[in-house]
Design a protein around this ligand. Structure first.
Ligand SMILES: NC(=O)C1=CN([C@@H]2O[C@H](COP(=O)(O)OP(=O)(O)OC[C@H]3O[C@@H](n4cnc5c(N)ncnc54)[C@H](OP(=O)(O)O)[C@@H]3O)[C@@H](O)[C@H]2O)C=CC1
Ligand SMILES: Cc1cn([C@H]2C[C@H](O)[C@@H](COP(=O)(O)OP(=O)(O)O[C@H]3O[C@@H](C)C(=O)[C@@H](O)[C@H]3O)O2)c(=O)[nH]c1=O
Length: 298
C-alpha cells in the first residue's frame, strides 16, 4: 500500500512513521511545511505526485484553549481541510482514515460513550472536530473516523511531558480530579491504524465511525499520580512533586472540557479485531524513552 500521512510532525504522525519504517508499505508523512492541508491545490498536487492508496489524516489544530480565540484557523484546519482531504480521496477512489476526539461529547454521561451517543461539544476545538467528522462523512463513504482521547507520546506536546516539565519548577502540582477519560498512547493508536490498513488491503470494508482509547479510565489527577509513580520507579526523576487533587472550578481554563469522556471501544474491537492496551504499560515505555527529566529535549 502507498500510505499518505498528513501532519507528519505531530504525535500520531511521528508514531506512525516509526512503525511504517518497519513495514513493506511505501509511505510519505509530510509535515505542515511540505503539505498544508488547508491548501486544496497543494493536496491535489501531492496526490498526483505520490498516488496514495490510503490517507491517514493526523493533522489537526489541537491547542484546545488557544482555539477559543483562533476559531477561524481551528475551523479551517479541523473542518474545511478535513473536507478537502475527503473530496480528494473520493476523486482518487481511495479511503480516508480521519482522527477525531472525545471532546465532541459534553461529558454529562456516567457510562462510556458509544459511537452513536449524542454529541454536544463544549469548546471551539470540539466543535470544529465534530464538523470535520461531518465534512469527511459528506465527502466520501469510504472513510474511517477514529475518535480517541488524552493522547500522549514521547513526541510533541502532551500532558505527560507537561507534568514532567512542571515538576522541575513546582514542588506542588494542583491537578483536576473530577474530569474522567482514558489516556491513549499515540503509538498504540498508530499500531491500530496500521492493523486496519492491512485489513483494508485484504478487502475489509467496515467504513464508519469508531472509538479507540486505551483501557481503564482515570482522572487527570489519577493520570498525574501514575506518571510520577512510574517515573519514580524507573529511578530517574529528581523532583517528585506533591500532586494535590482539585476540582475543575479551581483550575479555570479558557475552553470548557467534558467532565466525563470515557469512550466505549467495543465496536472497533468487534469490527476490526483491535485490542485496547492498558495505557500504564505504554506510559512506562514512553517514560523510559523520555529519560524522565529530559522531557523537554525531544
Ligand atoms: N492530542 C490529543 O490529546 C488528542 C488528539 N486527538 C486527535 O488526534 C489527531 C492527532 O493528534 P496529535 O498527533 O496529538 O496532534 P499534534 O498537535 O501532536 O499534531 C498535529 C499536527 O498537525 C499539524 N498541522 C496543523 N495544521 C496543519 C495544516 N494546516 N496542514 C498540515 N498539518 C497541520 C501540526 O503541525 P505543526 O507541528 O507544524 O504544528 C502538527 O504536527 C488529531 O486529529 C487530534 O485532533 C484526539 C484526541 C486527543
Ligand atoms: C497542566 C495542568 C492541567 N490541568 C488540567 C487542565 C485540564 O482540565 C486537564 C488537561 O489539561 P491539558 O490542557 O494538558 O489537556 P487538553 O489540551 O485538554 O487535552 C485534550 O487535548 C485535545 C487535543 C483532545 O482531543 C483531548 O482528548 C485531550 O487530550 O488538566 C490541571 O489540573 N493542572 C495542571 O497543572
Amino acid at each position: 500500500m502507498r500510505v499518505l500521512v498528513t501532519g507528519g510532525n505531530g504525535q500520531l504522525g511521528r508514531c506512525l512513521q516509526d512503525r511504517l519504517k518497519n513495514t513493506s508499505h511505501e509511505w510519505q508523512a509530510p509535515d505542515q511545511s511540505s503539505l498544508d492541508i488547508t491548501n486544496k491545490s497543494a493536496i491535489s498536487y501531492y496526490f498526483d505526485k505520490f498516488q496514495p492508496d490510503v490517507v491517514v489524516n493526523a493533522a489537526a489544530y489541537t491547542a484546545v484553549d488557544k482555539a477559543e480565540s483562533e476559531k477561524d484557523i481551528a475551523y479551517l484546519v479541523n473542518t474545511v481541510a478535513a473536507g478537502y482531504l475527503g473530496s480528494q480521496c473520493k476523486k482518487a477512489a481511495i479511503p480516508l482514515i480521519h482522527i477525531s476526539t472525545d471532546y465532541v461529547f459534553d461529558g454529562k454521561m456516567t457510562i462510556p460513550y458509544k459511537v452513536g451517543d449524542e454529541t454536544n461539544p463544549q469548546s471551539v476545538y470540539g466543535t470544529t472536530k465534530l464538523a470535520g467528522e461531518k465534512a469527511v462523512q459528506t465527502a466520501l463513504a469510504e472513510h474511517i473516523i477514529i475518535r480517541t482521547s488524552w493522547v500522549f507520546s514521547e513526541y510533541g506536546n502532551n500532558f505527560v511531558k507537561t507534568m514532567l516539565r512542571l515538576a522541575n519548577v513546582h514542588p506542588v502540582l494542583k491537578v483536576v480530579g473530577d474530569q474522567y477519560g482514558c489516556p491513549t498512547y499515540a503509538g498504540d493508536l498508530a499500531d491500530a491504524i496500521l492493523q486496519m490498513i492491512i485489513q483494508i488491503q485484504s478487502g475489509h470494508k467496515s467504513w464508519g465511525t469508531y472509538h479507540y482509547c486505551s483501557d481503564q479510565a482515570t482522572s487527570w489527577h489519577g493520570f498525574a499520580q501514575v506518571i510520577f509513580d512510574e517515573a519514580n520507579q524507573q529511578g530517574g526523576i529528581e523532583n517528585i512533586p506533591q500532586i494535590r487533587l482539585i476540582n475543575t472550578d479551581e483550575y479555570p481554563t479558557i475552553a470548557k472540557r467534558p467532565l466525563y469522556s470515557v469512550l466505549d471501544c467495543r465496536l472497533i474491537a468487534h469490527e476490526w479485531n483491535i485490542k485496547m492496551p492498558y495505557w500504564r504499560k505504554s506510559l512506562t515505555q514512553v517514560l523510559s524513552i523520555l529519560e524522565y527529566g529530559n522531557a523537554n529535549n525531544k
